[in-house]
Design a protein around this ligand. Structure first.
Ligand SMILES: Cc1ncc(COP(=O)(O)O)c(C=O)c1O
Length: 373
């Protein structure tokens, strides 16, 4: 028996990174007068500074925090922060999914820092009250591979002696982040903004800047990690004078996304779009007994990278399920992350349209039925 096929989502792009381009995106709409020219010329510098200004505006980042563009996507930005700032005091690393675990590996095996590691399994959050804020603390604001996020910043001590390092790549532009609790944050444009990878964004609070100017780690630092000159922060980086050559095409793509973000109401509008998408998916999950959340507790459940369990599914079933929907043009890239328990992962960030999440529901039923029969 063949089931009737439901109407297709207009944009079946539900990948958790790189994520759907902003609605209306088209490469022809990008500003390209700065391509094929020096990024250190007047126009290049102006566009890089504009990109930084737009990010500050869309994030509602206070003047206390600097924001700069660095190489190597989110990984580059986070490792740059680890390599330049860690070692002055003890380190605590929190991990509840694959990317947090990656920073643990960096701290243990590469930097040999002997951190205190606090872990939880997929779907859970570790005990955040166990964190000692005399140490520097590494964590992921939104764990993209388990769909678990920290509920807020209340657990980050106001009077902390250590620095808080937030890998916020799938959290920025989706949640209202308490910047006074964040000393270092990193992200890449490829997530909630629907931009491209390649560049990372590094945000530094005043305490992180003090650390950089006070502390010289006992390790070699490649040029692309060097944020200080003669013991002082290289302020130019935070005005768009990048350490090395950026892709201006990627920068222009980010500017397009940020201007789109402004057109939908800035941070408030982006959060509202994410919330609406997560709520639409929630209605789908609530009405199917074969679908459930990997993160059972709503307060710690991601609103961007939503991870779902499928009753009785192993990784082979999930592979077939996702491949069927991809072949139909109904959903791209919705199989869970390779290291996570088998399941689906559906991006609900701001660049996805709620109508497309709603259209996905009947297609999930379609795949379920086809494979079960
Ligand atoms: C939480 C988290 N950290 C780090 C990364 C790595 O990001 P990038 O590939 O942009 O370096 C990802 C990518 O999915 C992520 O979700």
């Amino acid at each position: 028996m063949t089931t009737t096929k439901p109407p297709l989502p207009a944009r079946p792009h539900f990948s958790s990174g790189p994520c759907a381009k902003p609605p209306g995106w088209n490469p022809d709409k990008l500003f390209i007068d700065d391509l094929g020219r020096s990024h250190r010329g007047a126009l290049g510098k102006e566009r890089l500074a504009y990109c930084i200004d737009l990010m500050r505006e869309m994030l509602q980042l206070p003047e206390t925090h600097r924001i700069g563009i660095v190489p190597g996507s989110d990984t580059g930005a986070f490792e740059l922060a680890m390599w330049t700032m860690l070692g002055e005091r003890p380190v605590t690393a929190l991990a509840w999914e694959s990317f947090g675990e990656g920073w643990v590996t960096d701290a243990v095996k590469q930097l040999k820092l002997d951190p205190t590691v606090i872990r939880a399994g997929y779907g859970d959050l570790p005990d955040l009250t166990a964190v000692d804020w005399a140490s520097d603390v590494l964590f992921t604001w939104n764990g993209t591979t388990s769909g678990v996020r920290v509920p807020n910043g209340d657990w980050i001590a106001d009077g902390r002696e250590g620095l808080s390092f937030a890998d916020a790549t799938s959290a920025v532009f989706a949640y209202d982040l308490p910047w006074n609790k964040i000393d270092v944050a990193t992200f890449s444009w490829q997530k909630v903004l629907g931009g491209e990878g390649g560049h990372g964004v590094l945000i530094l609070g005043p305490r992180a800047v003090k650390r950089l100017e006070r502390f010289t780690p006992d390790r070699p630092l490649p040029k692309v990690f060097r944020l200080t000159k003669g013991g002082k922060l290289n302020e130019g980086i935070f005005r768009g004078e990048t350490i090395n050559t950026p892709s201006m095409l990627v920068v222009e793509d980010a500017i397009f996304a940020l201007e789109w973000a402004r057109s939908v109401g800035g941070l408030k509008g982006l959060i509202a779009r994410t919330d609406a998408n997560a709520a639409a998916l929630d209605r789908i999950v609530a009405t199917r007994d074969w679908l459930s959340y990997l993160a059972a507790e709503p307060a710690i459940r991601s609103k961007t990278s939503v991870c779902l369990s499928v009753a009785g599914a192993d990784s082979a079933f999930v592979k077939k399920f996702a491949a069927l929907l991809e072949a139909e043009g109904a959903a791209f890239d919705i199989a869970g992350y390779r290291d996570a328990p088998p399941g689906l992962r559906i991006w609900c960030g701001a660049t996805v349209d709620t109508a497309d999440i709603e259209a996905l529901g009947p297609w999930l039923d379609y795949a379920w039925k086809e494979l079960k029969e």
